[in-house]
Design a protein around this ligand. Structure first.
Ligand SMILES: C[S@@+](CC[C@H](N)C(=O)[O-])C[C@H]1O[C@@H](n2cnc3c(N)ncnc32)[C@H](O)[C@@H]1O
Length: 300
C-alpha cells in the first residue's frame, strides 16, 4: 500500500451499495474530523448521499445521534426509502431468495418494477452486477467479474441482507429525503447542531457514473459558505475547484486515494479549518478486523 493511502478493507462496509465514487476509504479521516470538533454534532447530514457509507459509519460508531441522507436519484432513493420503511426486512428476504443466473438477472433488470420495494431490489441487483457498480444508463453487465466468477462476483446475499437489517433496526435515527442537496444545505444552513459531509458528483468523471451528474459548483460553494455548523467537502483535486475554495476563503488539503483502477489519485478536502487533517491519521485495529469480516459472508 502506498504511504498514506487507506486500505478500504480496514473499514467496516455498512452500506448495501458498492457505490461508484464511494467514500469507504475516507472513513478514517471522518473519524478524525468529528473527534476534533469541540461540540459533537447532534445530526450528521449527507446532502449527496449515494451509498451513504460515511453517514452510516458515523451513526454506528456513535459520532452523531442522528443521520440525514439526501439523494436526488429515484432508484437510489427507492433503496433508502425501502430500507428505512417497514419493507426493509422484505427487501432483505427478496435478496436472499433470489437465484442469480444470467437469465434471472437480465429478466429482473429489464422488467418494470411494480412497487418501491421491487425498484429497490432491482437497483441493488443492478449495482452488484454492472461494471464498477455503475447504475447510470449505458453501463453494462460485468462479464468476467472477480476471479472469473462473472455476475455473481459481487453478489453476497447474506451480507447484503444483514447490512439492510442492521440499517433498518436503526431507522428511528435515520431520515431520508429525496431532494436537491444544494436546496437541503440552504434550508439547514442556520442550524449549528448539524455537520455536513458534502460529496457532490465530480467535475470530470461524473457523467459516466451517475444519472444526475450536473451540479452548479459555484452555487453549492455559496450555500456552504453560509452554513453555521461544521462541514467537510470532498472533490477531485482540480484547479477550478481549488480556485473556488480559495475565493470563498476555505481551507484545502489534498490526500492520496486509490481509484477503482488502483491508480493513486489526489482527493481534495475542503473545510473551514483542516488542521485535524494534517495530523497523522489514527487507524483503528478493531476496525481492521471488522472490515475484513464485512467483506466476506457475515456483515460485521
Ligand atoms: C460522489 S456521489 C456520492 C457518493 C457517496 N458519498 C458514497 O460514499 O456512496 C454523488 C451523488 O450525488 C447525487 N446527486 C447528484 N446531484 C444531486 C443533487 N442535486 N442533489 C442530491 N444528490 C445529487 C448522485 O446521484 C450521486 O449519488
Amino acid at each position: 500500500m502506498a504511504p498514506g493511502v487507506i486500505n478500504v478493507a480496514s473499514v467496516p462496509h455498512r452500506s448495501p451499495f458498492r457505490y461508484p465514487g464511494g467514500k469507504t476509504w475516507l472513513v478514517p479521516y471522518i473519524r478524525q474530523w468529528l473527534k476534533s470538533v469541540r461540540n459533537r454534532p447532534l445530526e450528521f447530514a449527507e446532502p449527496f448521499a449515494g451509498g451513504g457509507i460515511v453517514g452510516l459509519s458515523v451513526l454506528f460508531e456513535g459520532l452523531a445521534e442522528k443521520l440525514t441522507l439526501v439523494e436526488i436519484d429515484q432508484d437510489v432513493a427507492s433503496v433508502w426509502r425501502t430500507v428505512l420503511s417497514l419493507q426493509g426486512e422484505r427487501l432483505a428476504a427478496q435478496i436472499t431468495a433470489f437465484k442469480l443466473s444470467d437469465k434471472s438477472v437480465r429478466s429482473c433488470l429489464s422488467s418494470e418494477p411494480k412497487n418501491q420495494c421491487d425498484r429497490a431490489f432491482q437497483t441493488i441487483l443492478r449495482n452488484r452486477v454492472q461494471r464498477g457498480g455503475i447504475m447510470a444508463p449505458g453501463a453494462s453487465l460485468m462479464r468476467r467479474g472477480e476471479n472469473g466468477r462473472g455476475l455473481a462476483s459481487r453478489w453476497y446475499p447474506q451480507t447484503l441482507a444483514c447490512r439492510i437489517i442492521t440499517i433498518a433496526e436503526n431507522r428511528h435515527r435515520i431520515r431520508f429525503r429525496q431532494e436537491d442537496g444544494v436546496q437541503f444545505i440552504r434550508n439547514n444552513a442556520t442550524r449549528n447542531d448539524v455537520a455536513f459531509f458534502i460529496d457532490p458528483p465530480y467535475t470530470v468523471a461524473a457523467r459516466r457514473l451517475y444519472s444526475h451528474s450536473q451540479v452548479d459548483h459555484e452555487a453549492l460553494f455559496w450555500e456552504i459558505s453560509r452554513v453555521r455548523g461544521d462541514f467537510l467537502v470532498t472533490y477531485d483535486n482540480a484547479g477550478a475547484i481549488r480556485e473556488l475554495a480559495s475565493r470563498f476563503g476555505f481551507d484545502t488539503h489534498a490526500i492520496p486515494m486509490k481509484n477503482t483502477h488502483h491508480e493513486i489519485m489526489s482527493e481534495l478536502l475542503i473545510g473551514r479549518d483542516l488542521t485535524w487533517a494534517r495530523k497523522p491519521l489514527q487507524l483503528r485495529e478493531d476496525a481492521l478486523f471488522e472490515g475484513l469480516q464485512a467483506d466476506g459472508n457475515t456483515c460485521r
